[in-house]
Write a protein that binds this ligand. Structure first.
Ligand SMILES: Nc1ncnc2c1ncn2[C@@H]1O[C@H](COP(=O)(O)OP(=O)(O)OP(=O)(O)O)[C@@H](O)[C@H]1O
Length: 475
């Protein structure tokens, strides 16, 4: 992406122009009428042209800007370390929509996105660079407002079901009732339990989580209740259990549906009477702990099947909260995505701006069996390959990348759009077998081949694409 703007200097002169570049009349009118800031620099990074929006965004009049080094005028947080224009002038490569911050003339920091390109004269010689920039203050304000409206502690969601949940959480947090959180794996049961704890009067006390499904029965028992020295062969010293560690705070019993019948009895007692005995001890210990239980299994069904005690179920099911799977709250995908991008940008000091259109389409079509954890992992994966700009399908984990090839073409209303989509749908119906597809569409196979080439329709399945090539005809 090269930009050509006529220079007032003779083209053969390789020295940076001493006088400002002048845009041809109509170009200048156009550049001054757009909302994006535009400025050009010579090869010494001195500003040679500055449009009206650049004056408005930076608060610096054109006459003051022209001739000065761009870092003095622009005062961006990347000027010293990662100047976008320097990168473009040194590598010849443009930068697109890099989010940065600048200081205005009033000393106010504002977020902007910048794009850069080489500036060439009429003969194609590089005479400097051009930078366009967009004020993101409003976008940022709206984003913060959205975040405020749709967030609750560390959780974000705009889905109606979750909004209802957020509305009752403060009251639930204030009470001492035992809470049961149900939802598929990765839907946020632990983060919800933490949120409840942090909003409760016990917030200054500890939050302790124990995954009851991860330990065998005997270990889990000593993990929960602790043991005295000599309680069993390896118990050289006494050890506190999770109930003791959670004293004065909240204990999350995660995957409670996996607890054995014997241990269910012990849990029932501690929940009912708030006392327990460490292993090997006959002395009862008081437990001042609020209990939150969580399960990705349907406890009611486990009760019906006789796997989970009914009385324990009623004890933990005082307040039941259900977290819907991500596939049932797709409206949350963009919000959660931005939430994780912001978090990884902060943690990894990167400037990833968001998702490309294709990536967003992949995310919106995927079923997310691993729910929010899977989404978070996909974005973390993308951050390995992407430091700034937009996350594109090639940055995604393989299983998602493969899906990007499966997406239907963008809807459109021109005859070409409609034809492209009809061919894609017929190919999908016929598992991308061209003979069968051509037959269904009533066209000859060479016409189908030409149209597939024109519309860039390729078989998304690599293994099949070879066989479908050989079973019908060769490109
Ligand atoms: N509403 C949300 N907003 C932001 N982040 C969320 C939300 N829900 C879940 N997460 C994040 O998703 C990840 C998985 O959440 P969490 O561990 O709480 O799920 P879980 O249901 O307890 O999973 P499991 O059943 O496998 O233990 C965590 O990193 C959590 O911070």
């Amino acid at each position: 992406m090269d930009s050509k703007i006529s220079s007032s200097k003779p083209a053969e002169n390789r020295e940076p122009p001493a006088t400002p570049l002048s845009c041809a009349g109509s170009t200048e009118i156009i550049l001054n009428s757009i909302a994006d800031g535009v400025f050009t620099v010579d090869r010494d990074f001195r500003i040679t042209w500055f449009n009206r929006a650049a004056e408005i965004i930076t608060g610096i009049p054109k006459d003051e800007a022209i001739g000065r080094p761009c870092c003095e005028v622009f005062r961006a947080n990347i000027c010293e370390t990662a100047c976008a224009l320097r990168h473009t002038l040194e590598t010849g490569k443009p930068i697109v929509d890099k989010p940065i911050a600048i200081l205005t003339a009033e000393g106010k920091e504002i977020p902007i996105s910048v794009s850069t390109a080489l500036l060439k004269d009429a003969e194609g010689r590089v005479i400097g660079g051009v930078e366009t920039f967009r004020d993101l203050s409003l976008v940022e304000r709206l984003r913060r407002e959205l975040h405020r409206r749709y967030s609750f502690g560390d959780m974000v969601s705009k889905s109606p079901a979750m909004q209802k949940l957020f509305a009752i959480l403060p009251e639930i947090a204030r009470s001492e009732s035992t809470v049961l959180i149900q939802g598929e794996s990765g839907t946020g049961k632990e983060v919800l339990a933490r949120t409840l704890h942090s909003m409760s009067p016990r917030a200054r006390g500890p939050f302790v989580a124990v995954n009851c499904g991860a330990l065998p029965d005997t270990l889990l028992e000593s993990e929960l209740f602790g043991h005295v020295a000599g309680a069993f062969t390896d118990a050289k010293k006494a050890r506190q259990g999770r109930f003791a560690l959670a004293e004065g705070g909240t204990l999350l019993l995660d995957e409670i549906g996996d607890v054995s019948p014997a241990l269910q009895v012990r849990l029932l007692r501690v929940i009912e009477e708030r006392v327990y005995e460490p292993l090997g001890s006959s002395k009862s210990v008081k437990a001042n702990v609020r209990i939150i239980a969580a399960s990705n299994k349907d406890l009611e069904e486990l009760v019906e099947r006789g796997i989970f005690r009914k009385d324990l179920y009623y004890r933990v099911n005082v307040v039941k909260l259900w977290l819907p799977p991500l596939s049932e709250r797709r409206e949350d995908i963009p919000l959660l995505t931005q939430h994780f991008i912001d978090r990884f940008n902060r943690l990894q000091d990167k400037t990833v701006a968001g998702l490309s259109r294709e990536t967003l389409a992949v995310f919106m079509h995927h079923d997310w069996p691993g729910n929010i954890r899977e989404l978070e992992n996909a974005i973390e994966h993308a951050f390995i390959l992407c430091s700034d700009g937009l996350i594109r399908p090639e940055h995604l984990p393989e299983h998602l990348r493969a899906q990007s090839k499966r997406l239907p073409p963008e809807p459109g209303s021109t005859l070409k759009d409609v034809e492209r989509r009809a061919i894609w749908e017929a190919l999908e119906r016929n598992a991308w077998r061209r003979m069968a597809t051509a037959r269904e569409l009533g066209i000859d196979k060479n016409t189908l081949r030409r149209k597939m080439k024109r519309y860039r329709l390729t078989d998304p399945s690599p293994s099949r694409s070879e066989s479908s090539l050989s079973d019908s005809f060769h490109l």
